[in-house]
Ligand binder design. Structure first.
Ligand code: C2E
Ligand code: MG
Ligand code: MG
Ligand code: MG
Length: 282
């Protein structure tokens, strides 16, 4: 259930919250100020075709530019924001900014690249989320076909029926859906068949040792084969070496994402990054 899931995402903050609740209160207040003063910034990481290296899309990744702490990574503040419910406001900002950025960039560059946005369980399950999606697409003018939501398998496992219902409505709007960090949650391969999704993102823990660990390689191969049977696109996450890229490509993985191709970059570097990806491909 939602509570059990919240506990799973608690790791970073748990120690702080139980030892000094003052710090919990302080951080929650800082996060409130961050929302109010828009101290967040979106970075974009390219997702490239495994066969050609051509950029096929990008993932929006939020960062917090804290006035004193400097850059805070999402792994540190998203779990806290989930606990406090502040993820709703942050998620709304992220969704709007990503859609607006890409609508503008595509218009300027005369391209049609899709953008992937991470959606927290709390956000996904919230009443009003579908309306928020509709409104954001309306306001930013982004083609729904160019928006992709990344959800984790656990989001869909708890309250399966309701999760699928929400997914179907999202798909009816023309928006695409990926399962993020696939392989780290509780869902079975068979379960995938029931879900109206488009993509599976293989978690980086599988990709990391794919060239050394034959058991992992077998899992990866199994997921790719099965996903293709279900008509799903497969993305390999966390690709850092040419060996990993070659291995995934040889296993028919469709898309790749990782530091090998590019780190996440600020919006103003997107054009240069896209051009670099193109020239690698040429
Ligand atoms: P994720 O959605 O699985 O995003 C991929 C993470 O892997 C990003 O970390 C990215 O920088 C990192 N990464 C990419 N390529 C490589 C690589 O080659 N090697 C390694 N070691 N890492 C790589 P980041 O930006 O720190 O984000 C961490 C997580 O925070 C994300 O994992 C996602 O779950 C969450 N997150 C980020 N932005 C948002 C957001 O706007 N909303 C929500 N709800 N969650 C977000
Ligand atoms: Mg993601
Ligand atoms: Mg992931
Ligand atoms: Mg993740």
């Amino acid at each position: 259930d939602a509570k059990a899931q919240g506990r799973n995402t608690w790791h970073w903050f748990e120690g702080v919250a139980t030892s000094t609740s003052n710090e919990y209160v302080a951080l929650r207040r800082e996060l409130m100020e961050a929302i109010e003063h828009e101290q967040f910034v979106l970075y974009y990481q390219p997702i490239v075709a495994a066969d050609s290296g051509i950029m096929r899309g990008m993932e929006a990744l939020v960062r917090w530019q804290h006035p004193e702490r400097g850059f805070v990574s999402p792994g540190e503040f998203i779990p806290l924001a989930e606990q406090t419910g502040q993820i709703v406001a942050i998620g709304q900002w992220v969704l709007h900014q990503a859609c607006s950025d890409l609508a503008n960039w595509n218009a300027k560059m005369n391209r049609r690249l899709p953008v992937s946005v991470n959606i927290s369980p709390f956000q996904f399950r919230r009443y009003g989320f579908l309306e928020e999606l509709r409104k954001t697409l309306d306001e930013t003018g982004l083609d729904p076909e160019l928006l992709e939501l990344e959800v984790t398998e656990n989001v869909l496992m708890s309250g399966v029926g309701q999760g699928i219902d929400t997914l179907q409505k999202i798909r009816q709007m023309g928006i695409k859906v990926s399962i993020d960090d696939f392989g780290t949650g509780y869902s079975s391969l068979r379960y995938l068949r029931q879900l109206p999704i488009n993509k599976v993102k293989l978690d980086k823990s599988f990709v990391m040792d794919i060239t050394e660990n034959t058991a992992n390689a077998a899992i990866v191969q199994g997921v790719i084969t099965m996903a293709h049977h279900l008509g799903l696109v497969v993305v390999g996450e966390g690709v850092e070496t040419t060996e990993q890229a070659a291995d995934l490509k040889q296993r028919n993985c469709d898309l790749l994402q990782g530091f090998l191709f590019s780190r996440p970059v600020p919006f103003d570097q997107l054009t240069a990054t896209a051009e670099a990806a193109q020239s690698i491909a040429d």
